[in-house]
Ligand binder design. Sequence first.
Ligand SMILES: N[C@@H](CCC(=O)N[C@@H](CS)C(=O)NCC(=O)O)C(=O)O
Length: 268
Amino acid sequence: MTHPQAPVFTRGGGPARHPPAPARAENAPMHAAGPPAITLYDWAPSPFCIKVRAILDYKRLAYRRVSVLGRPILEVRRRGGVGKLPALEIEGRFVTDSTDIALALDARAPLPPLLPTSPRERALCLALEDWCDEALYFTGLHYQWIDPEGAALLPRAFGRSLFGQVALAFYRRLIRQQLRGQGTGRKPAAQIAGDLARQADAIEGLLRDGPFLMGTQPWLCDFALLGQMRYWTHPPATARVLQARPAIGAWLERMKALRTEPPQARAA
Ligand SMILES: N[C@@H](CCC(=O)N[C@@H](CS)C(=O)NCC(=O)O)C(=O)O
């Protein structure tokens, strides 16, 4: 079922209706007066932060954006326990994990909804979301951090400062360990290339009839996929795979069209 407040897309076509921002009267109390009640602890290139920013914009929610490069990461570790990004403070409550963040936002600002109403569709949406977060993510990590073409881009991304160099060395070690633990890090390169091609073909197949993963409306799984696909546009090997799959490219454009500038200014 299409929710009356959701942008309506036609199969194979562009947006048929896209409400101007800010337009969610039902969600308005969160950006009534004063500073935004939401703070996003953010690391710009993270696929999970991309996912949460896209959801905030889709729901037209104002938020303050705090880059965690530097002292704020200590606050995230202290308050969030898990210490991973993104983390979101919403009306004094500290929430970590992009899925929990998405569900907290959906509960607080229900329009447009992130989950279908039918139990089966809801389950499929959550399963697809998990596939994006827990499988596609590690393929992207490999091609960004381990594959020589992607790894060569990292020193520039982290900068030449001492902080940048220390952070790069720290994350390189951490991500190698994570990839080994998850399993991708133990596979030969040719086997990972096979995983990448199979995953990309599956995504292309899911999006071929469009406009979104599960039909005419974007759900949580689309935002999870958006984070991973935007991440895949950076490493050269995954970027080439995306370029060869037109349905993914067309869907990325549709996802971009869902976003508008949030109504209030953000602090970086
Ligand atoms: N399942 C988590 C994954 C979050 C995650 O792995 N974030 C990465 C950044 S892309 C991170 O914080 N890595 C640092 C670490 O593992 O300590 C979510 O959906 O938020």
